[in-house]
Design a protein around this ligand. Structure first.
Ligand code: SAM
Length: 269
């Protein structure tokens, strides 16, 4: 079968961009080469790999899990079904923290997943030091692979459950994109999330339970002038602000992501 005919067939089944990415992945060529090779034959093995991936995509499996990587900030990160697929909204959190002077500073990231937040920060600030934790040992393994890929030696990855005792030193910045989806409010129609680790997505108390726990425990682990940076859902910031003020924080600010939604909040004692 000609590449051209297979590409047309695939684009009729799934999103055009997804089809091109699957072709690039299976045929191990870049986008320009797909179109310069458009009149070439595709071998049977590649045809069946494409069919298999299209089938999975049609069932809703995230493209990142099919091709094993996802672009985030300035890199392509390794992604497996053991980690959340990094979201573009999370780049807002990275952008805000990178506005700080991180020279010689210590950071703690809770729930690092594939490591995208810590690695994006560490790469641009080789002399800050980061502790990055996750309850999932499998995600720590993926994060470590990513850190090695991008030569980040200033991160220590720790397998830790934030419900247990915190044995960390005080830090200048505590960062987290914890699970914050309210499972009760999901409809079942959400694309892709049913393939992702439950622990990476859902939190009790309308999605606020982990955010609140991190705020209340985190306060005792901040150096003077330290700050907590949190990603959350757009409808959660007011409740979080109230909770923070009741729990000893004095200042907060709520920032928008690229869609104009309140997605990142900063809390300071
Ligand atoms: C929303 S994901 C964020 C992953 C990554 N930081 C990102 O932004 O793509 C939340 C992460 O928190 C971790 N997590 C969930 N509950 C946890 C707990 N009790 N202690 C530590 N990590 C936890 C999950 O395994 C998951 O990797």
């Amino acid at each position: 079968m000609l590449l051209k005919d297979k590409l047309i067939e695939t684009k009729n089944k799934i999103d055009s961009l997804d089809a091109e990415i699957i072709f690039q992945h299976v045929l191990k060529i870049d986008k320009a080469k797909i179109y310069s090779d458009i009149k070439k034959e595709i071998n049977k093995k590649d045809l069946s790999s494409i069919d298999l991936m299209v089938e999975e995509r049609l069932k809703g499996k995230p493209l990142a899990y099919l091709i094993g990587k996802k672009g985030f900030w300035k890199n392509n990160f390794i992604v497996t079904p053991d980690v959340l697929v990094p979201r573009p909204e999370t780049e807002a959190l990275v952008e805000v923290i990178l506005n700080e002077n991180l020279q010689g500073k210590t950071l703690l990231e809770l729930g690092t997943g594939s490591g995208v937040i810590s690695i994006s920060i560490a790469q641009e600030n080789r002399d800050c030091f980061i502790f990055a934790t996750d309850i999932s040992i499998r995600s720590i393994l993926v994060a470590k692979q990513n850190a090695a890929k991008f030569c980040c030696e200033n991160i220590i990855f720790l397998n830790h459950d934030w419900n247990n005792e915190w044995l960390f030193p005080r830090v200048d910045y505590l960062i987290s994109n914890p699970p914050y989806v309210d499972k009760e409010a999901t409809t079942g129609e959400e694309e892709g999330i049913w393939y992702e680790p439950e622990k990476a997505l859902f939190s009790k108390d309308k999605g606020l339970s982990d955010l609140k726990l991190i705020l209340s425990k985190g306060k005792n682990f901040l150096n003077e002038n330290g700050k907590v940076y949190l990603e959350h859902a757009p409808n959660q910031y007011e409740e979080l602000n109230k909770f923070a003020l009741k729990n000893g924080y004095l200042n907060f600010s709520n920032l928008n992501d690229l869609n104009g939604d309140k997605r990142v909040s900063i809390y300071q004692c």
